[in-house]
Design a protein around this ligand. Structure first.
Ligand SMILES: *Cc1c(COP(=O)(O)O)cnc(C)c1O
Length: 457
């Protein structure tokens, strides 16, 4: 029998709670972010048992450590197979350096890994006969697509997505609006911030207290735990597990959820020699690691790796907590974490757009490997790490590719002369009918739409 793992808050004021409450609350009652109160540990023998297993099998072995009390093993196993029904390619590029492609899910970004698991876990919290759970999400593009697609058809759950009508690409819009069924979409004649503000108001509106509202944004623990699985998976696929061989991971970072998933995997026993923390020109974290003083970047810098244009990463509070420090939501460092341990575990670097483009061109010319801007930031970081001489050149290494090259056809055509093939899932939405309503930036109108759709309120 596994002991239940509880979840604590990075603000350290709220008590611990179980996974179900952490999933439904999203944010801890003291405004902090949830983290596991202790970590399951995989011994070398347990890791060896995972060698040669499929991705859903590894996901099951990792996630069952956290889900005791929420659902039984057979149920979780079925969920893992259902959520991860797409390939997770590991490509050797040169020497012992590999690329992990996390871009083969239905919306072609790595956010599918988290969104698809979280949707299924939350679906389990809704029992037949229960009130329906309504997930409200404001999005500027990729997150909304992944979340809407992940929750599509989940029984007992409805999804409402608000997006700024002029700020998402036609294909991003169609990824959300062609789903229909339990997914409602609103094209808001305003900015992303307007969408976000209306969603936040709805959460605290007493007139909506009869509707069971929840959120699927990136700080939910349900999106974090699944992001530790692919680190375990690549380790057991590539490493000499019996020898306890160390591995280097390079992670392209924006809001730092992906990296914190890696830190969890390391705490669970994956022998990670170093994480290369690769940001674009938004270099607030690399500066923090070198100076031990943190200041957010405002406004954030616009780079071609646009999903990483973040001036104050929301998951940094989790990273700081894991090293004994404390960071507030607004970016104030109340307690300094153990910087020596941070530097021993992580090697941070900022990669600008010029280096990103050079990396895409060089990877294609030298290795016939097609990168897109986010993955290229990670790959450039890995190159720089090896060039620094911090580790022998034949150390096992994996760099994460987080989006599909076909999302950036113009950039890639210019840099490589290659036309990336659009995956069928992305192309499919071009010919489907759209279900979408228009919405002014008018909270009363939005409330009326919610009450109309979910009369329980
Ligand atoms: C969200 C995103 C990232 C950044 O991931 P974080 O967890 O926010 O650090 C990187 N690449 C792509 C393609 C993304 O969509």
């Amino acid at each position: 029998m596994r002991d239940t793992i509880l979840f604590l808050s990075t603000n350290r004021e709220a008590g611990t709670c179980g996974l179900a409450d952490a999933l439904l609350m999203g944010l801890a009652p003291d405004g902090g972010l949830f983290l596991p109160a202790r970590f399951p540990t995989f011994s070398r023998a347990q890791l060896r048992e995972l060698v040669g297993r499929t991705y859903p099998e590894v996901a099951f072995a990792v996630l069952r450590q956290y889900t005791a009390g929420l659902l039984d093993d057979a149920d979780l196993e079925a969920i893992c197979h259902d959520a991860y029904d797409f390939p997770v390619p590991l490509e050797r590029v040169h020497r012992r350096r590999h690329l992990l492609r996390l871009d083969r899910g239905p919306t072609a970004s790595f956010k599918d890994f988290a969104a698809r698991m979280m949707a299924r876990l939350m679906g389990r919290l809704v029992k037949p006969g229960d009130e329906r759970l309504v997930i409200l999400t404001a999005t500027s593009g990729d997150t909304g697509s992944a979340v809407a697609r992940a929750f599509a058809g989940v029984p007992g759950v409805d999804v409402v997505v608000l997006f700024p009508v002029d700020e998402v690409s036609p294909r991003q819009r169609r990824q959300m609006t062609t789903i229909g069924g339990n997914v409602s979409t609103f094209a808001v004649s305003g900015k992303f911030d307007d969408c976000q503000a209306m969603v936040k108001k709805a959460f605290v509106d007493p007139l909506l207290s009869g509707i069971r509202l929840s959120s699927a944004n990136s700080i939910n623990i349900g999106r974090l735990l699944p992001q530790s699985v692919y680190y375990v998976y690549s380790y057991v696929q590539l490493a000499d597990v019996d020898a306890g061989e160390p591995i280097v991971f390079s992670v392209p970072c924006g809001n730092f959820g992906d990296l914190v998933g890696g830190l969890l995997a390391a705490r669970c026993g994956v022998p990670v020699e170093r994480f290369v923390v690769a940001t674009n020109a938004n270099d607030e974290v690399p500066r923090f690691f070198s100076t031990a003083s943190y200041s957010r970047l405002e406004p954030s810098r616009v780079c071609i790796s646009n999903a990483m244009n973040v001036g104050h990463p929301s998951n940094l509070a989790r990273l700081v907590h894991l090293y004994g420090g404390r960071l507030t939501e607004s970016g104030e460092l109340l307690e300094l974490p153990d910087m020596d341990r941070i530097r021993a575990d992580m090697w941070a670097i900022s990669i600008d757009d010029q280096q990103t483009r050079d990396t895409i061109a060089t990877a294609w010319r030298r290795h016939s490997v097609l990168l897109e801007p986010h993955g290229a930031v990670g790959w450039a970081g890995l190159d720089a790490f090896f060039a620094s001489g911090e580790t022998p050149p034949d150390t096992l290494a994996v760099s994460l590719e987080t989006a599909h090259p076909a999302k950036f056809p113009d950039e890639l055509r210019r840099l490589t002369g290659v036309e990336p093939q659009t995956p069928p899932g992305l192309a499919r939405v071009d010919s489907l009918p759209e279900y979408c309503e228009s919405l002014e930036v008018d909270y009363r109108q939005f409330r009326a739409e919610l009450v109309d759709r979910f009369p329980g309120g």
